[in-house]
Design a protein around this ligand. Sequence first.
Ligand code: SAH
Ligand code: SF4
Ligand code: F3S
Length: 440
Amino acid sequence: MTEAKKLFVKTYGCQMNVYDSERMAEALGAQGYEQVDTAEAADMILLNTCHIREKAAEKLYSDLGRLRPLREARPDLKIGVAGCVAQAEGEEIMRRMPIVDLVVGPQTYHRLPKMMEAVARGEKALDTDFPEEDKFAHLPKDRRAKRGPTAFLTVQEGCDKFCSFCVVPYTRGAEVSRPVERLLREARDLVERGVREITLLGQNVNAYHGPGPEGGEWGLARLVRALAGIEGLDRIRYTTSHPNDMEDDLIAAHGDCGKLMPYLHLPVQSGSDRILKAMNRKHTAEAYVRLIERIRAARPDLVLSGDFIVGFPGETEADFEATLALVREVGYGSAFTFKYSARPGTPAAERAPVDPAEADDRLQRLQALIAEQQRATQAGMVGRTVQVLFEKAGREPGQIAGKSEYLHAVHVDGPEALIGQVAAVEVVESRPNSLAGRLV
Ligand code: SAH
Ligand code: SF4
Ligand code: F3S
């Protein structure tokens, strides 16, 4: 018997890339590749890349630079680049980095096995099409390997919103929703393999409008309710959602679907209407705040998270203060804050930038406010009983760790037999990035 070929996958960027990496590893698994944890141990290295900000894209080139000596020492080593930088800069990667054998975009990775055959013959392979066929339907169906308690499930891909700063509509293409039946099948299969919590993924997951089993289209709320019917599946989450796609039924589901967790990532980007307009977000700050009120009316204990960009072209101190005011009014459990990064080909990249020192200063001020809210939200959990899905052994012996319904990391002293189960925990202490509790 020949020894299995070794695959090392490195994932950058969002959860959709995490999901894609798993599916690519499976596709290559069917070709005899097994995964390893280091580049040094691999026969094939696959870098699944992100293009969202300049720093993210640059990481690819610095990582490839670091791989060059390894590749030169072992000419049989194959190197592939996948994901959003592959989509945006495929030909340039091939030109700049001769050590790269293969470039595959996010919509064509079901063709990887074929591309690998070409690479094995010593050819270079590049595929960054947006094909008509559904890649998920063409991927190997054998997903028998045992799974941890949580999993991602991509239900929707692409984006038609064209926020003026964002590359996603160009790297991921137009919005496409996967058919309901296939998603239910994939979810049941995940549950059979040990998954207790599924996070539904999409660049705009609440724009989901997939073909239903008996014709017609289903929205995300209907899909969530159908998934909630799967026995053995305890928890459902979804990310990332857009404020303009929060339909009434989805808001209602937060109140009446017990398996839908009380945590929502709903980015607003800015609290200034002038900037929101320049960003092409198509809603006002006021509309966002009213929306949050409606969702909280359905689920009062909801913990909110968001994304913010500071230093967008034209942002004044007054615009930035409007963002701080919105954050104070809404109250976040956590949030991601980014300094605006001009991306080639996006409309905002044409505009005059904000002074970088000013942008840095705003980033720090916003981060300080959000850190304060995060601490307050965590501190508010102390003394409460939360439901924790245990995922792994804790850092110290005898400890186990998992996530509460509010997505806080929680650790307790407890038996490893609880891993993969949900148990009640009384929170006793709030630490910088986690909660400590005791089983009740
Ligand atoms: N589809 C999601 C977000 C996708 S990108 C949504 O619309 O909310 C994740 C986050 O990266 C965005 O919410 C935004 O805050 C940030 N981001 C995107 N493009 C950026 C850029 N050019 N500069 C800085 N941050 C950016
Ligand atoms: Fe990018 Fe806007 Fe689409 Fe989100 S909604 S992926 S920020 S274009
Ligand atoms: Fe990055 Fe592409 Fe995700 S640009 S954030 S990997 S969709």
